[in-house]
Design a binder for this molecule. Structure first.
Ligand code: NAD
Ligand code: UFG
Length: 354
């Protein structure tokens, strides 16, 4: 396979970014990762290199950069400038994502996610690199009145993190309207879980995890004593809340097809796609699936609902299927299988036991 275009990946050392970089390299793209390692470690990219082998690793370069910091951009080093000059498109994962932290410290979120992204777009425009795939989120549907969530639903945000995603979607639409040279795909992820099937890459959150799957994982490996199940009185079959969990490798493949579409389609404008499976799974069903995959019994405690949580959220996947030709391949059993493989091989994530 010949080498394809160069793609600049912000946040490429993080959870979704690192899995996507593997798939991009395997597809023959050259990849420049920009990451400030705020929520990632360089070891993740070393593992990416091991996975793709020495030859494809030559197509990956990493730059430790607060890519979104204006001071850095003003004094941009030649090496970074070259990344933008040579890039055919940007996949923009970099951002902060903890809902609770965003409520406690909204300015950190507005500064990093909003101001940062605006600065990134200025640099992209300056170097005439106007093709963008942006990490949006199902959070832009807020507490949807109807399910499944369809891309043309009214958008709402429930917290500062959600507002950064909503505003950044609007900014992208305005940018593209004003300058038709921009081609932008907004990917609204539902609940990304799982890990690379090798067990070498996975999610490695700092501190106590906020999200269900990393929490379950840390209970299974003995780092946490029990899982709090938030809500057992929802109007759902087993009383726990329902989400659309998607395997991170399906998500990674979704980025590759979105990118191909972006590179090939003149006049694509600014368009949003849901990336989910279209199937809802309850918290208790997820716990049962993880128990099957790991062979471990997970201690749980039934707790009151978590404030701000929706009862049930899942995606309509028709638009991505029809326009991108993409459909998730994996179900929750494969998600739990790969999550467990990663966790059992790396119980302390990329670090060794402290
Ligand atoms: P992650 O924290 O693992 O990855 C984000 C990466 O961005 C990290 O490597 C971090 O170090 C880097 N980063 C943050 N701010 C930066 C900055 N100013 N400059 C350079 N690098 C910076 O998170 P993830 O789960 O891989 O999420 C990736 C993107 O997808 C985020 O934008 C997130 O909001 C979005 N998203 C995630 C989920 C989810 O549940 N994981 C769901 C929907 C959307
Ligand atoms: N849950 C528990 N116990 C936990 C953690 C979560 O019972 O320890 C429950 C939650 O109450 C919720 C479900 O598991 O009912 C899923 O919770 P997550 O925190 O894993 O995911 P959310 O759907 O709340 O939100 C996540 C991200 C958002 C993003 C959204 C959609 O945190 O930023 O997925 O992509 F917008």
């Amino acid at each position: 396979m010949g080498t394809k275009e160069r793609i600049l990946v912000t946040g490429g050392a993080g959870f979704i970014g690192s899995h996507t970089v593997v798939q991009l390299l395997k597809e023959g793209f050259k990849v420049s990762v920009l990451d400030n390692l705020d929520n990632a470690v360089e070891e993740a990219l070393d593992r990416v290199r091991q996975l793709v082998g020495p030859q494809l690793s030559n197509n990956l370069d990493f730059h430790l950069i607060i890519c979104l910091d204006w001071r850095e951009i003003l004094g941009m080093r030649t090496i970074w400038r070259n990344c933008f000059l040579r890039a055919n498109a940007v996949i923009h994962f970099a951002g902060l994502k903890a809902v609770g932290e965003s409520v406690a410290n909204p300015m950190r979120y507005f500064d990093n996610n909003l101001v940062g992204s605006i600065n990134l777009y200025k640099v992209m425009a300056k170097y005439n690199c106007k093709k963008l795939v942006f990490s949006s989120s199902a959070t832009v549907y807020g507490q949807p009145d109807k399910i499944p969530c369809v891309e043309d639903f009214e958008l709402k945000a429930m917290n500062p993190y959600g507002r950064t995603k909503l505003f950044l979607e609007e900014i992208a639409r305005d940018l593209q309207k004003a300058d038709q040279k921009w081609r932008i795909i907004l990917l609204r992820y539902f609940n990304p879980v799982g890990a690379h099937e090798s067990g070498m890459l996975g999610e490695d959150p700092k501190g106590i995890p906020n999200n269900l799957m990393p929490y379950i994982t840390q209970v299974a490996v003995g780092r946490l004593p029990e899982l709090n199940v938030y809500g057992h009185d929802y109007p759902t079959p087993d009383g726990s809340a329902i989400r659309d969990y998607i395997h991170v490798m399906d998500l990674a493949d979704g980025h590759v097809v979105a990118l191909e579409k972006l590179l090939q389609s003149n006049g694509i404008g600014c368009v949003a796609y849901n990336l989910g499976t279209g199937r809802g799974t309850s918290v208790l069903e997820m716990v049962a699936a993880f128990e099957r995959a790991s062979g471990k019994k997970l201690p749980i405690k039934l707790c009151p609902r978590r404030p701000g949580d929706a009862t049930a959220v899942y995606a309509s996947t028709d638009k991505a299927e029809k326009e991108l030709g993409w459909k998730a391949k994996y179900g929750i059993d494969e998600m739990c299988r790969d999550q467990w493989k990663w966790a059992s091989q790396n119980p302390w994530g990329y670090k060794s036991k402290p």
